[in-house]
Every structure is written in structure tokens, then in C-alpha cells.
Design a binder for this molecule. Structure first.
Ligand code: S3P
Length: 168
């Protein structure tokens, strides 16, 4: 089975869909952000605030390389910016992966960003900045192999079921 890589904007629901997919396909899943925080022993928000985005992106690429080379996870939820880096897309292409873009409206993502209790997102510190980033990234997200639209009437489990049925 090829690895399933989930990409999409902050707050779209990558982690929740990854969890549902892992349940449906009975396999292991991993959040790249969790893996980074564990190996760096600090929060991504702190890396971004203290070391800056460009250092964070280096750390992100190192950890993506490690996950792809050294783990057996079948489902990987990326951070919202991971797929936007050409070098990361190249790394993913070199591995047996299917990349799925979870698409949604900015409103859906923003609602989740502002209500998220557990995750700080310094790159989406206000609506204007986040919306600009959202718009800029659409052209890169659409380079994914598959594209699923997160609709309000569909649960994360229903989307995961669609992915499991259509991608395999
Ligand atoms: C980022 C998204 C975050 C996290 C970091 C940067 C981005 O992950 O990796 O704050 O550049 O979009 P989520 O997409 O899980 O929020």
C-alpha cells in the first residue's frame, strides 16, 4: 500500500481525517507537526517565534525526510505549509505516496483556526494574513494527486471513507 499524505490549509481538518482514515484502513498514522515537536522537544509555535519561519522550514524538511525514510506510517498528515515547499514535494515524489489535498473554504479553515484550543498558529495570527496565505497556496495544493472537498454537511469520517474507497 502506498503512503497517503494529507495536505491542505491550516484548520481544514487534516489530523482528524488522518485519524479516521487510520481507523478505516486499520493502519498507522502520524502528524508531521507532532513528530517535529517530539524530536525538537518544543512546540512548533515556539520554533516559529524564536527561530523564524525559514529555520522552521529546514527542521520540517529534515523531519519529513526522516518520517519517509525511517518509519512505516501509512498515513501522514502534513503541516499546512509542508507541501508548498518544492524540496518537500520532491522528497514525497521520490517515495511511494499518494498526495490528497483536503480543500475547503477559507471560512471553514478560519473558524477552526480561531476555535482551536490546542494549537497555536503564528502564521495565521490575523484573518487578513491567513486569507492572503490561503489564496497564495491554492495553486500549489492543487498539484496534489487527489482532491477532496470538505463540505459542511460531510463529517471527517465520511470524507475519510470517500478517500479510502476512491484512492484504493
Ligand atoms: C503551518 C501549518 C501548521 C504548522 C505551522 C505552519 C503552515 O500546521 O505546521 O504552524 O505554514 O501552514 P497545521 O496545518 O496542522 O495547522
Amino acid at each position: 500500500m502506498k503512503k497517503i499524505i494529507l495536505t491542505g490549509f491550516m484548520g481544514v481538518g487534516k489530523s482528524t481525517v488522518a485519524k479516521c482514515l487510520a481507523f478505516i484502513l486499520k493502519c498507522e498514522k502520524l502528524d508531521l507537526d507532532d513528530f517535529i515537536e517530539e524530536s525538537e522537544k518544543r512546540l512548533i509555535a515556539d520554533i516559529l517565534k524564536n527561530d523564524g519561519e525559514s529555520r522552521f522550514r529546514e527542521i520540517e524538511t529534515e523531519n519529513l525526510r526522516k518520517v519517509l525514510a525511517e518509519t512505516n506510517v501509512q498515513i501522514l498528515a502534513l503541516g499546512g505549509g509542508t507541501w508548498t515547499m518544492e524540496r518537500n514535494r520532491e522528497l514525497i515524489r521520490q517515495n511511494e505516496c499518494v498526495v490528497v489535498w483536503l480543500e475547503s473554504t477559507f471560512e471553514h479553515c478560519w473558524r477552526n483556526i480561531v476555535t482551536s484550543k490546542y494549537k497555536q498558529r503564528p502564521l495565521a495570527k490575523n484573518r487578513e494574513t491567513a486569507e492572503k496565505l490561503f489564496t497564495e497556496r491554492q495553486k500549489v495544493y492543487c498539484l496534489a494527486d487527489w482532491h477532496f472537498v470538505m463540505k459542511a454537511e460531510l463529517t471527517s469520517f465520511a470524507i475519510a471513507k470517500q478517500i479510502a474507497e476512491e484512492v484504493f
